[in-house]
Design a protein around this ligand. Structure first.
Ligand SMILES: Nc1nc2c(ncn2[C@@H]2O[C@H](COP(=O)(O)OP(=O)(O)OP(=O)(O)O)[C@@H](O)[C@H]2O)c(=O)[nH]1
Ligand SMILES: [Mg+2]
Length: 200
């Protein structure tokens, strides 16, 4: 994962390596929140207001304060270090937008699957999707207040994850916490490729 250096004479400008990472997970797991929290640029969001038409389709248990939902994607960017920039693509959480996933996943280095332990089953489709594609992923448990805390081993067991898939706890509203999740993913991808990376 070397960064590219300009080969112009006298130029020492380093061009950082850019990676694409998906932020996936079930409806209301905190994907848009995470992309917004970690992004250095104003994130691109495609939020639409949840209306009565979604009653019976949009399960708001645990996220009753939620007023909008992502209808296409979130987009943000974060620098992990001087040599590495990550472009973040948040997926829409609802089944009716599955047709977008292949486009969003194209060229992705890896994915974060956000999980809410109150609705753990909602992240099964994301886990299945990345397992089928062979896309490396980490599961990040978004620790909503009031949600019963489960250890990472309990979540691993409940999702029947392979032993090498990292499971981490996070707060999707925290830049530092979100950045930690991304670093863990990059380390996981690097380890699978027999490389090491440093976040410093
Ligand atoms: N208390 C708490 N609220 C959170 C946390 N993360 C997200 N929220 C709130 O939970 C709601 C859902 O967050 P979103 O970021 O919209 O979730 P999403 O996964 O993008 O949702 P969809 O795109 O509709 O699938 C919002 O009201 C957030 O403010 C968290 O860690 N703790
Ligand atoms: Mg969203």
């Amino acid at each position: 994962m070397d960064s590219v250096r300009s080969d112009r004479p006298g130029s020492a400008r380093r061009v950082p390596l850019a990676l694409k990472i998906l932020i996936a997970g079930g409806f209301g797991a905190g994907k848009t929140t995470l992309v917004g929290a970690v992004s250095e640029i104003r994130p691109l969001q495609t939020e639409e207001v949840l209306t009565d038409a979604g009653i019976g389709t949009d399960d708001l248990d645990g996220v009753e304060g939620k007023t909008t939902t992502t209808v296409a994607m979130d987009f943000g960017r974060i620098s992990i270090n001087d040599d590495l920039q990550v472009y973040l693509f948040g997926t829409p959480g609802q089944d009716r937008f599955w047709f977008l996933w292949d486009e969003l996943a194209f060229g992705a280095l890896g994915a974060v699957v956000l999980a809410d332990t109150r609705r753990l089953a909602d992240c099964f489709p994301s886990v299945d999707y990345f397992e089928r594609r062979g896309t490396p992923f980490v599961v990040a448990v978004n620790c909503f207040e009031g949600a019963q805390r489960f250890g990472t081993d309990a979540v691993r067991g409940a999702l029947d994850l392979d032993s090498d898939v990292p499971v981490v706890l996070c707060d999707a509203r925290s830049r530092q916490s979100g950045k930690g999740v991304l670093v863990r993913l990059v380390e996981h991808v690097a380890a699978r490729r027999g490389m090491t990376v440093s976040a410093n």
